[in-house]
Ligand binder design. Structure first.
Ligand SMILES: Nc1ncnc2c1ncn2[C@@H]1O[C@H](COP(=O)(O)OP(=O)(O)OP(=O)(O)O)[C@@H](O)[C@H]1O
Ligand SMILES: [Mg+2]
Length: 230
């Protein structure tokens, strides 16, 4: 193991081809930290997350995520980084043509799990962890939005990743369900998981303080544990 923080960025820029979204980003995130990624629409939150999970190429600067050098990532090796990451998105991203169990099985299969009994056990574990122990047989359309997001969180947890990246995970949910999902998500740093979450939910940040990364005017401003970010 290395002594590197889970995320280490030095003078990183976030680009879409030649278009620079954010530049001169230097920051680090240690194990168990909670980071809120905030900023107006179009300020670069999703693009920064995409850079962290190797979906956007690092154009300049140095970046290391879960021990993987972002500059050295290649299309053939990016799956190694992805195995260390759980990702959760606003639109849940479940495969609609198959059951919850089959969705989770598909994700396990894609990350190299072969043994059917081990897969079965792991699926039960993660569904229990998100409060859906008996819903594995359901199709996504038979679940509420909040339940679908719980399944997506279960999927992100399958490989017990140290780092979770969430892009507006409650953006499609009503206020009450948002609270339930945030309560679930916020148990994760207590379990040693590190969480970076893009959000527009100010109330949640007031209730559960964390480090704040604010994207603004092409830069990211890093504020550790503010009282209020408004
Ligand atoms: N695939 C893409 N190709 C080119 N430019 C893009 C692409 N995706 C986003 N952009 C541009 O990058 C900038 C940042 O977009 P991004 O989606 O990262 O913002 P965001 O902060 O996540 O916004 P939102 O709060 O609406 O989700 C915007 O100017 C956007 O138009
Ligand atoms: Mg976005």
């Amino acid at each position: 193991m290395t002594d590197l923080p889970l995320i280490l960025l030095e003078e990183v820029s976030v680009n879409h081809e030649e278009y620079v979204v954010l530049e001169h980003i230097s920051a680090q995130v240690n194990e168990g930290e909670l980071v809120y990624l905030i900023g107006k629409t179009g300020s670069g939150k999703s693009s920064l997350l995409r850079t962290l999970y190797g979906d956007l190429r690092l154009a300049s600067g140095k970046g290391n995520v879960c021990g993987y050098d972002l500059q050295a990532l290649k299309p053939q090796t990016v799956h190694k980084l992805r195995r260390k990451l759980g990702m959760v998105f606003q639109d849940f991203g479940l495969l609609l043509d198959r059951s919850v169990d089959a969705n989770l099985d598909f994700a396990l299969q894609a990350t190299g799990w072969k043994d059917n009994k081990a897969k079965r056990l792991r699926i039960e574990e993660v569904l229990t962890a998100v409060g859906l122990p008996h819903k594995g047989y359901k199709m996504p359309f038979e679940l509420s939005g909040g339940e679908q997001q719980r399944v997506a969180i279960a999927r992100a947890l399958l490989n017990d990743p140290p780092l979770l990246l969430a892009d507006e995970p409650t953006g499609n949910l009503d206020p009450e369900t948002t609270e339930e999902i945030l309560d679930l998500i916020h148990t994760l740093p207590n379990q040693g998981k590190t969480l970076v979450m893009a959000t527009h939910d100010w109330a949640s940040m007031d209730k559960r303080p964390g480090r704040v990364w604010k994207c603004e005017h092409g830069h990211m401003i890093d504020t550790p544990r503010p009282i209020s970010v408004r």
